[in-house]
Design a protein around this ligand. Structure first.
Ligand code: XUL
Ligand code: CO
Length: 436
């Protein structure tokens, strides 16, 4: 078997005292934590687009990533050669799942038909590698944003032929995901948004986007694909205004167009931050609607206002994320997909491993801390007590709908003015630090 990463042995768990940078110090796949193995808690995924296709260029300079297995061409042959490299990476890094866009794995051809046959050919190769390794597809998706034809959007393009191309691409990306046993299929809006209302019919664009999603729901039933559909919020970049700007906007859109039964959300940390929210806020909004599906794990840079897609290393954040995921009862179809890239200066293949190991260890620590917090139950007790006035009396009547404004008016006239208990935010923040 070829060895594309000769400086990296298979990464194993060596425990917190290890000083081996290519070992897990906290992520121990088979260790049971709160009733299930760590690998089942996380269902870690690697992103084909970042691991295999991200040359690490930025708006000011060319890519720096060393990829000795890649001849730099957009040929089918080169696409096929990348596949075993990726599976060696998954194997050595002990990552069970992966995600891709159609155009990450296979190039456009000279004709649209050849584009589809390229995809089908690479899917055969992926299928073979999956069978041989036991690795699984967390979700697939179509890249409806990179090609110039999508400059004005895909589902929201003002050009109906572009909509047809997007629909065609979604069909084939769904076929590919279905063939590979994908557990989900993601729609990220890409260029589904606008820069100026002077040239935009927002209502019509939203209607068209919903039409594309309904067509996908119909096709899903037709081919018997049982994976979960996700929609991934992001507020801007590339568009000034993205229609799927945050979890609340996505839920509203899905409800308005009668799509909520068919979709859950794939929440990404850096996108939450760009939307002006914390990740835990976005997760909670999704959970509250029964619609948290999966997570794109990464982080932003507090000093840079764009989607830097850095690897998650902040244990405070991974703790808060795992608290929300435990509260939901864990992932079913979803998982933690590292939608994250190395910094431009970390250009050696080995850096791919340092990056993922760090993310996996940070989540392992977050999980263990979150489990202790949950088992202690002190935050839960505080929150339960904080709302106790709704457990009986007038509060219970409000919650059950057994009251009206006149009754509440009479009640308010009768009682002494309310006295408030402290929210104790600082005490609770101190308590959270005690667990870290
Ligand atoms: C872009 C992004 C995408 C989606 C899949 O910011 O996060 O890669 O995760 O299309
Ligand atoms: Co993402």
């Amino acid at each position: 078997m070829a060895d594309y990463f000769p400086t990296v042995p298979k990464v194993t768990y060596e425990g917190p005292d290890s000083d081996n940078p290519l070992a897990f110090k906290h992520y121990n796949a088979d260790e049971v934590v709160a009733g299930k193995t760590m690998s089942d808690h996380f269902r870690f995924g690697a992103a084909y687009w970042h691991v295999m296709r991200n040359g690490l260029g930025d708006p000011f300079g060319a890519g720096t990533a060393l990829m000795p297995w890649d001849d730099g061409t957009e040929s089918l042959d080169n696409a096929l050669k990348r596949v075993p490299v990726f599976f060696e990476f998954l194997d050595k890094c002990a990552i069970d799942y992966y995600c891709f866009h159609d155009r990450d794995i296979s190039p456009e051809g000279a004709s649209w038909a050849e584009t589809h046959s390229n995809l089908a050919r690479v899917v055969e190769e992926l299928e073979g590698e999956q069978k041989a390794s036991g690795k699984k597809l967390l979700w697939g998706t179509a890249c409806l944003f990179a090609h110039p034809r999508y400059a004005h959007g895909a589902g929201t393009s003002p050009n109906a032929d572009v909509f047809a191309y997007a629909a065609s691409q979604v069909k084939h990306a769904m076929d590919a995901t279905h063939k590979l046993g994908g557990e989900g299929y993601t729609f990220w809006g890409g260029r589904e948004g606008y820069a100026s209302l002077l040239n935009t019919d927002m209502k019509r664009e939203l209607d068209h986007l919903a039409a594309l999603l309904h067509l996908a729901v119909d096709y899903k039933k037709k081919i018997g694909f049982t994976g979960q559909f996700y929609i991934e919020p992001k507020p801007r970049e590339p568009s000034t205004h993205q229609y799927d700007s945050d979890a609340a906007a996505c839920l509203n859109f899905l409800r308005e167009y009668d799509l909520l039964d068919h979709f859950k959300l794939n929440i990404e940390t850096n996108h939450a931050e760009l939307a002006g929210h914390t990740m835990e806020h976005e997760l909670e909004v999704a959970i509250t609607a029964g619609a948290l599906g999966s997570v794109d794990a990464n982080r932003g840079d507090k000093l840079i206002g764009w989607d830097t897609d850095q690897f998650p290393t902040n244990i405070y954040d991974t703790t808060n994320i795992m608290l929300r995921i435990l509260k939901m009862g864990g992932f079913t179809t979803g998982g933690l997909n590292f939608d994250a890239k190395r910094r431009r200066e970390s250009h050696e293949p080995e850096d791919l491993f340092h990056a993922h190991i760090g993310g996996m260890d940070a989540f392992a620590r977050g999980l263990k801390i979150a489990v202790r917090i949950q088992e202690d139950g002190r935050f839960d007790e505080f929150v339960t007590a904080r709302y106790a006035s709704f457990d009986s009396g007038v509060g219970a009547e409000i919650e059950s709908g057994a009251t009206d404004l006149e009754k509440l008016d009479a009640y308010a006239l009768r009682i002494t003015p309310p006295t408030l208990a402290s929210g104790r935010q600082e005490r609770l923040e101190n308590l959270l630090n005690d667990y870290l």
